[in-house]
Ligand binder design. Structure first.
Ligand code: HEM
Length: 281
C-alpha cells in the first residue's frame, strides 16, 4: 500500500504531493479497533478501580455539592474548538471518499477559527488556569508503574487517586498538541495557495518539494486526528465518564464523583472558606 502520492515537477523532479487517501480508512479502522477492544475489555475483563487510602466522609466536609471543574471561558473554548475540528475533518475528508462539494472555503474558514481558538487557549492556560495540571508529574509516573504491574497480575500497591486529570488524559492532550500544531502551522502556510480574504494567492513561496512535504505533514496529522477524535468522542459517551462530560457542559461535577476518583490533595478545590484564592481552570 502506498503511503504518499507522487508527481513529477516541471523540472523533472519526483516530489510528494500529499498522502495516499487510503490512509483515511487506516485511521478509521484503527479508531474502531481501539473502541471495540477497549469496550470488550471493560465489559468482560476489567476489575473495579482500586485506589490507595480509604474514602472517609470527613474528606467531603466543607466541600460544595458541585465541584467546579471548567470555567465558562474554558467550556466555550472547548466547544468552539470542537465545532471547528469537526468542520475541518468533514470538509477535508468527505470529498476524498467521494462526497464532492466546494470544501476549500469552509475548510480554511474553520482553520482560521481553530487557529484563533488555540491561540486563545494557550494564553488562557498559561496565565489564567493551572498550567501544570495537564502535564504528567512524578506521582503519575509512579502510579502508572503500579497500574501496569497490577494489570499484568503482579502484586503492587494500589495507585493514588488522580489529580485533576488522569495520566491518560494528559498523554492524549500531548498527542493532540503534536497533531494540532502540525495541522495549524502547515495550514497557515498553505493559506496563500488558495483564495482567501487575507492575501493574494501566491503559490511560489516554497519549492515543489517543500510544498509537497507540507501537504504530506498536514495530511498525516489530519488523518491522525480522525482516530484521536473518534477515541475522544467514544470516551465522552461512555457511561462511567458521564460526570466528566457533563462537567464540560455545565462546568461542575458531583462531590461524590470527585471524592471517588480524585485526590483532594492533588486537585485542591477552592471553597468559600479557603484562605487564599488561587487559579482555577
Ligand atoms: C483537523 C484539522 C485539519 C485537517 C484534518 C485538515 C485536512 C486537510 C486535508 C486532507 C487537506 C487536503 C490536502 C491535500 O490535498 O493534500 C487540507 C488542505 C488545506 N487545509 Fe487543512 N486540515 C486541518 C486544519 C487546517 C487548518 C487549521 C488550516 C488553516 C489554518 C487549514 C488550511 C488548509 C488549506 C489552506 C488547505 C489547502 C487547500 C488546497 O491547497 O487546495 N487546514 N487540509
Amino acid at each position: 500500500m502506498e503511503v504518499l502520492e507522487w508527481a513529477t515537477s516541471p523540472w523533472g523532479q519526483t516530489v510528494p504531493i500529499h498522502i495516499a487517501w487510503s490512509l483515511i480508512w487506516v485511521a478509521v479502522i484503527a479508531g474502531m479497533l481501539f473502541l471495540i477492544v477497549h469496550a470488550i475489555y471493560i465489559r468482560y475483563f476489567a476489575k473495579e478501580k482500586e485506589f490507595a487510602g480509604k474514602a472517609s466522609p470527613e474528606l467531603g466536609a466543607g466541600l460544595p455539592a458541585r465541584i467546579p471543574r471548567h470555567s465558562l471561558a474554558a467550556r466555550l473554548f472547548h466547544w468552539i474548538m470542537a465545532a471547528a475540528m469537526f468542520t475541518l475533518l468533514f470538509t477535508a475528508f468527505l470529498p476524498k471518499v467521494g462526497i464532492q462539494f466546494n470544501w476549500v472555503t469552509y475548510h480554511w474558514i474553520a482553520g482560521v477559527v481553530l487557529t484563533i481558538s488555540i491561540i486563545f487557549h494557550i494564553i488562557h492556560a498559561s496565565f489564567f488556569m493551572d498550567f501544570w495540571s495537564i502535564w504528567p508529574d512524578q506521582a503519575d509516573l509512579e502510579d502508572a508503574g503500579k497500574r501496569v504491574q497490577r494489570f499484568l497480575g503482579r502484586s503492587a500497591a494500589p495507585p493514588r487517586k488522580f489529580a485533576k486529570y488522569p495520566l491518560e488524559n494528559k498523554l492524549y492532550h500531548g498527542v493532540i498538541i503534536l497533531c494540532g500544531m502540525s495541522v495549524i502551522l502547515t495550514g497557515v502556510f498553505m493559506m496563500p495557495r488558495v483564495r482567501t480574504i487575507f492575501f493574494p494567492r501566491s503559490p511560489y513561496l516554497f519549492s515543489d518539494m517543500t510544498w509537497g512535504l507540507m501537504y504530506v505533514l498536514h495530511g498525516l496529522a489530519g488523518v491522525g486526528l480522525i482516530a484521536l477524535v473518534m477515541v475522544h468522542v467514544y470516551f465522552a459517551v461512555r457511561p462511567e465518564k458521564r460526570a466528566i462530560t457533563e462537567s464540560m457542559i455545565f462546568g461542575s461535577m458531583s462531590r461524590d464523583f470527585y471524592l471517588k476518583e480524585h485526590d483532594p490533595e492533588r486537585w485542591v478545590v477552592e471553597t468559600s472558606a479557603s484562605p487564599t484564592r488561587g487559579r482555577r481552570a
